[in-house]
Design a protein around this ligand. Structure first.
Ligand code: FAD
Length: 474
């Protein structure tokens, strides 16, 4: 590792040590690859004072997976010694007791944060990994063999030069995204509508929800929830619980495509009278119905109740539901009328990734291409720019980015979104990134040892800049 006050050179940077960044580090430890990744320097850069925590535990909702899914991320012989202190952790035992039911996210987040602290301490002590906490990545300058990060700690700027960057800085909800999403369906919001993100709403307790939303109820204004995902149904539940006694009688739910429910088997779906396409909605590997896109656990219960009785859970709060694409006749028009009214509009239409400024070495900006539900990337999480050129050495798979469903691992063909979640971060998503990063570091080291091959290497890495279709063909 080379460094002066302003410049540091290392092989890898993990930018963002939230749930996704930590999943990468856990998996590198489990697979025994951390030593190689850290050999020429690995720096973890995170904006928070205590990296390793991320946002998961901040949401006041139930997880969309059972407790055992979180425990499974810690269950590995190579990690046993590191996690020995968890035997005495109340957070660990709370999740163990909920192995077969969905725990509150606050509890799952607490366990993952404790486990992350143990892993971070271990890799600093045993692998010489460095942690730059309270440090914000402000810019990434990309060129084929190298990346340069501009980072800022308490107003002091430094640059890190590295060969690989695993960049997962969390997600954000841009209101312009909602406006565009609606406009694409010919729908427009009233000028006096107030857009609130589900991300903020789901972090609020009942008192905060009342503070923000009672004025709309008091003025007789509509509260509309836009989207049909887990977040939308979690929002419905939290609103009904917090606001029923403040006078909330009804919420409007506007979603584009049909609400999908998850079933373990085709038979179970048929027994419950679920309408599904046996080709498009069933995962060919597992036989599960709506495996990736279906509501699960608490959101599933709320979704069932909304579909069957237009009610939120056991509360007296009703739901006016409108499906805007191929929905029942009149739904699109009713949605247009509802959105034209003043009121609160809660955006549950997914996440965009938090990104620093991205630029080429000559200063021209890099704009990443979006895909439905995240970023367009190759199977290893290398993002593509607007022209379809792959940014080698940069890997993203956290919230707002995600990865496309892997046909080898299975998903329903009708699922068009990106896949992300704690288990994926700790297993399949980080595995492909570790393999790709390892291969890249070896390739670049080999090129440095054999300079005659360097020209071929550089040409190879730059080829797809000229001909995007040839990316990775050699
Ligand atoms: C409402 C909701 C519920 C969810 N429920 C589940 C669930 O039940 N089960 C499940 O598996 N998944 C769930 N997820 C999905 C996912 O697991 C979480 O969103 C998870 O927190 C995403 O991890 P992340 O690392 O991508 O982002 P985060 O956890 O947000 O971490 C981002 C990290 O980046 C750092 N950072 C931010 N900006 C910078 C910067 N400029 N420079 C340096 N560092 C920076 C932050 O400090 C933070 O540590 C849920 C998501 C949402 C939104």
């Amino acid at each position: 590792m080379f460094e002066d006050h302003m410049h540091v050179t290392c092989a890898c940077v993990v930018g963002g040590a939230g749930v996704a960044g930590m999943g990468f580090l856990f998996n590198a430890l489990k697979t025994g690859t951390l030593a190689e990744l850290a050999r020429n320097g690995l720096i973890i850069v995170d904006a928070s004072e205590t990296p390793g925590i991320g946002s998961l535990g901040n949401y006041c909702i139930t997880a969309n997976s059972v407790g055992d899914v979180f425990i499974d991320c810690l269950r590995d012989p190579r990690l046993a010694d590191i996690f020995e202190p968890l035997e005495y952790s109340p957070a660990y035992w709370r999740i163990r007791r909920q192995a077969n039911s969905a725990p509150p996210l606050a509890e799952a987040g607490e366990l993952m944060a404790e486990a992350s602290q143990l892993v971070l301490r271990h890799i600093v002590q045993h692998y010489g990994v460095r942690i730059w906490h309270s440090t914000t990545i402000t810019e990434v300058i990309w060129q084929p063999g190298q990346l340069c990060l501009r980072v800022e700690t308490a107003g002091y700027e430094r640059r890190i030069h590295c060969q690989g960057l695993v960049l997962n800085l969390g997600g954000r909800q841009d209101p312009r995204h909602l406006v565009e999403h609606l406009a694409a369906q010919g729908l427009h919001l009233s000028r006096s509508a107030r857009i609130l993100g589900s991300d903020a709403i789901l972090r609020m307790n009942a008192v905060q929800l009342r503070e923000h939303l009672v004025p709309f109820i008091a003025n007789g204004q509509r509260i509309s929830v836009i989207g049909g995902s887990h977040s939308a149904f979690s929002v419905l539940e939290n609103l009904a619980d917090a606001l029923e006694f403040a006078g909330l009688r009804e919420v409007t739910l506007i979603h584009r495509t049909p609400i999908r429910l998850f079933y373990e088997t085709v038979e179970q779906a048929q027994e419950e009278g679920c309408q599904f396409d046996p080709q498009q909605d069933v995962c060919p590997l597992s036989g599960r119905v709506n495996r990736s896109g279906g509501l699960r656990y608490r959101a599933l219960d709320i979704g069932r109740e909304v579909l069957a009785r237009s009610r939120i859970g056991k509360t007296g709060v009703g739901v006016q539901r409108m499906q805007t694409h191929q929905g029942p006749p009149g739904d699109l028009e009713r949605a247009a009328q509802a959105l034209a009214e003043p009121g609160a509009v809660i955006q549950c239409t997914g996440y965009q990734p938090v990104l620093p400024v991205l630029s080429h070495a000559d200063g021209t900006p890099v704009e990443l291409r979006q895909a439905r539900g995240g970023l367009d990337s190759d199977a290893n999480g290398c993002p593509l720019d607007q022209q379809g050129r792959r940014l080698d050495g940069l890997y993203l798979f956290g919230i707002g980015s995600g990865l496309a469903a892997d046909p080898q691992l299975g998903s329903e063909p009708s699922f068009e979104g990106r896949i992300y979640g704690v288990w994926q971060f700790h297993h399949d998503a980080s595995r492909v990134v570790i393999e790709a990063l390892q291969a890249r570091l070896r390739r670049l080291a080999c090129a440095a040892d054999h300079p005659r091959q360097t020209l071929i290497q550089v040409l190879d890495e730059r080829m797809h800049l000229l001909l995007p279709g040839l990316a990775g063909k050699r």
